[in-house]
Design a protein. Structure first.
Lengths: 594, 594
């Protein structure tokens, strides 16, 4: 298995240059200064490299197992989880009053990127717990918060999201799990599938957050309510009681993330699983939606994380493996061959773009919650809403492509499981599917984020992009970046206008271009991030405010931004046509000719 | 596991409309008329669907095993192979005088596409035998041909290609396996890896074709010779004798094609494996090169095959699975959603393009061997040389992308192994690697096929593409296809001129754009195929020479060609920039900043 080293140089670049970390730290009230945050990154990098990364390959080979109704995670997962909890890592972005550290989200993103890069299968457990905390913090009543939150923040217990049923995947409104009130208590019955860490041996309790329909509720999404269904019942004083009426009936055999148990769960085979209603009956789906931005950004970040891990593996193989000769006739390493070096630098530039974009959106997420000014909060929330499907879908698609590039650089060796390249490809493939498939993200972008708001936020974002053009105009060295970005922004502007006009009268035609539009959006947003990064790097170098040891990083950023412009951005403008070609031809072929 | 039905309608379209089958049948002397060829396709389709396809999933789950030095293929593989041999399928494209059927290659391609779509792991065994037959037919002496060929053509024995060693992958000149002549016999010693069907339980003998260096030969590629090293020694009368000094030491655990044993082989642990020199000492690599076009086309065809299989699975799931609602509020199948229908039709259009291209190149391969006129043979060979790396790399990359699209259409279910979608993705991933990685194909295209011939064949091909424009100009309905194709042809022409000029003075810069250039080439060549197909379909429909039951196929072709133009071809022109951006920036980042 390969090593992982947290890419601290690029993470720090983003946190120092693209994000206003001091302001965020003040807003979150974490009480940690820049030096302290730096220390957090160093320590997280160490934990990821030394504790989590070594379990990645073995966890994949061993996989989670179900025996006698008990789920066991791979060897070492439990010990790593205990160390994680002891280290206080679980509550990194949780409020201080719940025992968390309230770190600014961009920093928490960097740390979470490390966990996922080191061991995505393992990291899914705290990732799900995070979503559960967010839900209960916002929608649980005082009693529920008191009994559940502290243990979840600490990591003593973990959480799951139980949405999917065999007939209800993307169509979550089709859920049929039912909760019936008997003697003042909800009893829940139903079958849920694809429940990540639905059971395991890492913690003392698993708190399931379950979407179900209260007996007699209306069909469809509006009849759904949210329930807490703990594996082990939790008493009024928070103590653990009897085992609830629920069990894991199957673990899925999956393409990847083998170490993460994906469970089929049955609730209420006996007298019914005891369930606590969260908030109002019928508001289950809106409650889930409040967590959606967070969860989707977290999944997008998995794309960044595995891309980075794959890049590191490709780089070290390409710098080591000797095959063939240079044009001058000397023995060449793979990295000396132009075609391989091109691939490495495309990977690198793409990663920098999606990382920058994800962290920048995370900053807006903090501002949406915490900015002093209400207008700023609203504006930030609109940006987060708009860009979340872009980050989720684009970063996961790019993550998969980069994992595939790593495999390719390894040649035949990449196809052999022992190398580990194939595992990254297998693991990351799920990220384009779960938490809303990337097709659903694209439709969300068109329906809710564009059409739903008359395109207001998109237009502001386009104005922000146009501002880059003015900045770039002052730097001759970045002329090609300026030109490619302008072409991309033009295409995105044109596609946006077309989408808004078309969605109003013919949603089918608009949705026929949704996936192409989202990719166009992601490529251009990435170009904007790289342009901003290049301008900052140039400023630092010119003003000589970059520390001597960092100058190489700033100089490299100027190059990777131009590589992004030359080799990646041109795809953007080419998506205008596909995004706006409508649905007529798609409907012209009948099912019998498909 | 999912069913497979040979896509006879589209195969027949290509064979009837894009290829001159009557002429080819006359040239090969197969003595089979159109009705007979049709019958072959029907029967092959039945064999693929009924015998091979049902073993695809089970073969994947079970995998090949090595126990006590013996390799065992999955349950059912042997029986299928026996039926295959009995049916006379193995020698389909071999000369009649060797017991083959001498079918025109486009027909043999169609049949081979069926085997690979039905069961790629199984099909690798006859695929390798085919390469061995080609080599011995061309370069073996009379005695070798007499003793080996008939059994290989019949399928009683199978063949392997033993090239790769741990230090010699893409760099085949680094081979260190050595043959020493003792008492008039070559004794061979060395270790080979990645040997497909290096041993198995399907046939009575395995004929290894091994690249090795005769003791004292010069280092590098020119010192390599080709040897026949049979698993069981073959006497002067062709009878089987003692076991040779070779064995399988390991099977690789791979991402996919689990049913196909990928062997590490050791030759000569004892007194040395008895080996027969093929042809001249030192000509081993040129001999291998004579088989390269065939083998690379066969691998490209695997891209077509798995793409088709994945498409069929996606289509049947999308037509069945109900999720969400139509814009009118009715329950919708996935195929009713514009985004999914778009994905299906992109898959469909891409498959038609790469299938057409592969079969058309196969026609040229027949003409290169058999055309009456020597100039025509030379021209056809030049076309095959030029287009082979394009078919190999582009069709395998597209095949992988399509397999991934199928998985995506399945959502969470696609990530579960039992569905079978993941297997197609895992299986096809190797095709971009073996038989020369796709990066090597791209370099071959630039170095040998363009620069090596001063661009002559590429210019003729571009002239052929320009001819399409004149044809398309007469059909208003195909205006967008004409425009997109013209843009693609312009970009390909510009990139070709740049490559020729650049390769002459700075090969490193040319090779930095090789992969983008190849993809540009593949997209435009596919567009040309679709344009030609659309013109033929339109002609048939207008002249009312299409049989009534085929009119739907011809009408659909007019639509898929336009979908290719609207949704796929625009990528082509966008590759001109990346293909011609050179190596300067790639070299501007030092290894320490990678």
């Amino acid at each position: 298995m390969t090593a992982y080293n947290a890419p601290l140089a690029d993470m720090r670049f983003v946190l120092n240059e693209l994000v206003d970390l001091d302001r965020l730290a003040a807003l979150t009230g974490c009480g940690i200064d820049r030096g302290g945050l730096d220390h957090v990154l160093d320590e997280a990098g160490r934990f990821a490299a030394e504790v989590l990364a070594p379990l990645n390959g073995t966890g994949d080979a061993e996989g989670a197992r179900l025996a006698n109704g008990v789920v066991m995670t791979p060897n070492g997962f439990r010990k790593a989880y205990e160390a994680f909890v002891e280290g206080g890592w679980n509550g990194l972005s949780c409020p201080v009053e719940l025992g968390g550290s309230a770190l600014p989200r961009p920093v928490a993103m960097a740390v979470s990127e490390m966990w996922n890069a080191a061991n995505m299968a393992w990291s899914l457990c705290p990732l799900l717990t995070q979503s559960g905390i967010g839900l209960l913090e916002r929608h649980g009543n005082a009693d529920q918060r008191r009994r559940y939150l502290r243990n979840l923040v600490h990591g003593t217990w973990t959480a799951t999201m139980c949405l999917t049923e065999p007939q209800a995947g993307s169509d979550v409104g089709a859920v049929t799990t039912v909760a019936a009130r008997r003697d003042g208590v909800y009893r829940l019955r139903g079958r849920k599938i694809f429940i990540t860490y639905g059971d395991h041996d890492l913690a003392a309790n698993v708190v399931h957050l379950v979407l179900a329909r209260i007996e007699g509720a209306t069909p469809g999404p509006r009849g759904l309510s949210l329930f807490i269904v703990p594996k082990v019942l939790v008493g009024t004083n928070g103590s653990l009681g009897a085992h609830n009426d629920l069990r894991v009936t199957r673990l899925e055999r999956k393409l990847g993330i083998h170490g993460s148990p994906t469970c089929e769960m049955v609730f209420g085979e006996g007298e019914g699983a005891i369930a606590e209603l969260v908030g109002n009956a019928g508001d289950g789906l809106p409650y889930m939606f409040t967590m959606m931005n967070n969860a989707r950004l977290a999944v997008g970040l998995q794309g960044v994380a595995i891309a980075e891990r794959a890049y590191q593996q490709a780089r070290s193989y390409a710098l080591e493996r000797v095959q063939g000769r240079t044009p001058e006739g000397h023995p060449a390493r793979l990295a000396d061959h132009a075609d391989v070096r091109r691939t490495l630098l495309i990977m690198r530039a793409e990663i920098e773009a999606i990382r920058g974009l994800a962290y920048v959106v995370a900053e807006q997420a903090d501002l949406a919650r915490l900015a002093e000014d209400q207008d700023e909060r609203a504006r930030a929330l609109a940006v987060v809403d708009l860009l979340t499907p872009v980050v989720k879908a684009h970063a996961t698609d790019v993550g998969f492509e980069i994992a595939s590039r790593n495999l390719q650089i390894h040649g035949g060796a990449g196809y052999i499981e022992a190398t580990g390249a194939a595992q990254h490809l297998r693991d990351i493939r799920i990220a384009s599917i779960y938490e809303g498939t990337n097709g659903i993200q694209a439709q969300d972008l068109i329906r809710r984020k564009l059409a739903g708001q008359g395109g207001k936020t998109a237009q502001s974002f386009l104005a922000l992009l146009a501002q880059s053009d003015t900045d770039l105009a002052t730097v001759p060295e970045l002329a090609s970046l300026r030109q490619r970005l302008a072409e991309g922004v033009d295409a995105l502007g044109g596609a946006t206008r077309w989408m808004l006009a078309t969605a109003a009268r013919d949603m089918d035609s608009a949705l026929a271009g949704a996936s192409d539009y989202l990719r166009l959006f992601g490529l251009v947003a990435g170009g904007w991030v790289m342009a901003t990064a290049a301008m900052r790097a140039r400023y630092r170098l010119a003003a000589e405010t970059a520390a001597p040891q960092d100058r190489g990083v700033y100089q490299a950023k100027l190059i990777t931004a131009r590589i992004y412009a030359d080799r990646i951005l041109p795809q953007a403008a080419a998506l205008l046509g596909p995004a706006t070609s409508g649905a007529v031809l798609l409907r012209a072929i009948g099912d019998e000719q498909l």
